[in-house]
Design a protein around this ligand. Structure first.
Ligand SMILES: Nc1nc2c(ncn2[C@@H]2O[C@H](COP(=O)(O)OP(=O)(O)OP(=O)(O)O)[C@@H](O)[C@H]2O)c(=O)[nH]1
Ligand SMILES: [Mg+2]
Length: 402
């Protein structure tokens, strides 16, 4: 059954990520269980019950598909405690919003101040939730203390007694931005009734028996936009175009065969790629184009960093590990220093690099990608992604509809 759920579920990367943070024993896990109306996370009166971040997918109307992330208490101590806190720290870049849970039995706000600053830095909206109001007196004074110290909206609840849980749900909806990850991927290019041709080579890189996530998402989006969709492999391009009465409004191609498709694109048709659409949807297309333009004048004394987020097994001709390095070496010489890293770990120091070339990030949410782009900007390092890089280096960028 797990397999079925996987196929029908909204991909995690498209869900809004809502983090529950707070001291140990404040009731983070209890609140998630109450919202989910099921035992998702273990609850106990022993501080430090939750150790690793726990993900619970759920629908919150009208936000849509969300992930609630339970975390270890940010006041955890000792060697193990520090590691747990680090894991909490690692998820901050993904958060669309954060729920900071307070325990009225402990009114110190030192940790909370630090974590509030971390969230503010990342532009994550924060909602304060004072839990356990069934046990404590003078909750109002505590609410005022929090509001004054952190300048956040605070509500009061009891996970145990199910008090004000509807208010909590409404407050979560109010603070969580419905971001661009939930808007259409293609509506800026097409209208109802337009004919759209997708070129999706099913080469050795393609997973057996299915299409890759960006292709699935884009096909779904085109269907939602009531366009007429045709999907082909590259070798069928010529006869498909010949069979059309009129040229298609839009052709969307895999970037790896961009050149081939560009050569055959009718002048009346717009041309873009799956990765360009995903880049716009997921990141900051202008930053990526600007990043790719550093190739005009590349500082070859510095290194190039290629970041591949997936941990798939490298295959012959793999795009991140072979195709892109080969393209770079062909243009800038074999001495160009190229580093390839697993994109899960984004380096803190980017200054040794002239350019970061990121994968499409189909496994990441938009918030995480934007945060990486921001980190690059702060350090003055250019960033682009695979699709934009390939279209730039093959001289096609100016012919793409962005
Ligand atoms: N009286 C009362 N007790 C609560 C409430 N919410 C949680 N608790 C209790 O507080 C204790 C801690 O709850 P958890 O949900 O495990 O707290 P947590 O923040 O997830 O704790 P860690 O995982 O250790 O960081 C448990 O014994 C809960 O039963 C509440 O609203 N009222
Ligand atoms: Mg917990």
């Amino acid at each position: 059954m797990a397999h079925v759920a996987e196929l029908t579920d909204t991909p995690k990367a498209l869900r809004l990520h809502i983090g529950f943070l707070g001291k140990r024993n404040s009731g983070k896990s209890s609140l998630i269980n109450t919202l989910a109306t099921q035992e998702v996370s273990l609850v106990s009166d022993t501080p430090g019950t939750t150790t690793d971040p726990v993900h619970k997918t759920m629908e919150i109307h009208p936000l849509g598909p969300c992930i609630l992330i339970d975390t270890a208490g940010f006041d955890d101590e000792g060697d193990l405690g520090e590691k747990r806190v680090e894991k909490t720290n690692d998820i901050l870049d993904q958060l669309d919003s954060a729920i900071m849970v307070f325990n009225p039995e402990d009114r110190s706000l030192e940790h909370e101040k630090i974590w509030y600053e971390k969230l503010k830095e990342r532009r994550v909206p924060v909602l304060g939730v004072v839990n356990k109001i069934d046990t404590e007196e003078d909750i109002e004074a505590f609410v005022r203390q929090i509001e004054q110290t952190l300048s956040i909206k605070v509500i009061t609840v009891s996970a145990k007694e199910n008090l004000h849980i509807d208010t909590l749900r409404e407050a979560i909806v109010a603070i969580t931005p419905k971001d661009a990850a939930h808007t259409s991927l293609t509506a800026h290019l097409v209208q109802e009734g337009d004919r759209v041709l997708l070129v999706a080579p099913q080469d050795i890189q393609a997973p057996k028996g299915r299409l890759i996530l960006p292709q699935v998402q884009i096909i779904r989006d085109l269907l939602d936009n009531k366009t007429i969709v045709t999907v082909i492999t590259t070798d069928k391009l010529k006869e498909t175009l010949e069979g059309f009465k009129e040229p298609p409004k839009l052709i969307i191609t895999d970037s790896q065969v961009f050149h081939e498709v560009y050569g055959q694109t009718p002048k009346e048709s717009m041309l873009t790629s799956f990765s360009v659409l995903m880049a716009r949807h997921k990141g900051d297309i202008d930053a990526f184009v600007e990043g790719a333009n550093t190739l005009n004048n590349l500082d070859t004394t510095k290194k190039i960093l290629i970041l591949e987020a997936c941990t798939h097994n490298p295959l012959d001709g793999d795009i991140g590990r072979e195709k892109i390095p080969n393209m770079l070496r062909k243009k800038y010489g074999s001495t160009l220093q190229i580093e390839i890293k697993n994109g899960k770990n984004f380096p803190d120091d980017l200054t040794p690099y002239a350019l970061v070339i990121h994968c499409g990030g189909c496994m990441f949410n938009r918030k995480l990608m934007l945060s990486r782009i921001r980190t690059c900007k702060v350090q003055g390092v250019a960033i682009t992604n695979y699709g934009i890089f390939i279209s730039k280096i093959t001289g096609i960028l100016e012919h793409i509809t962005l």
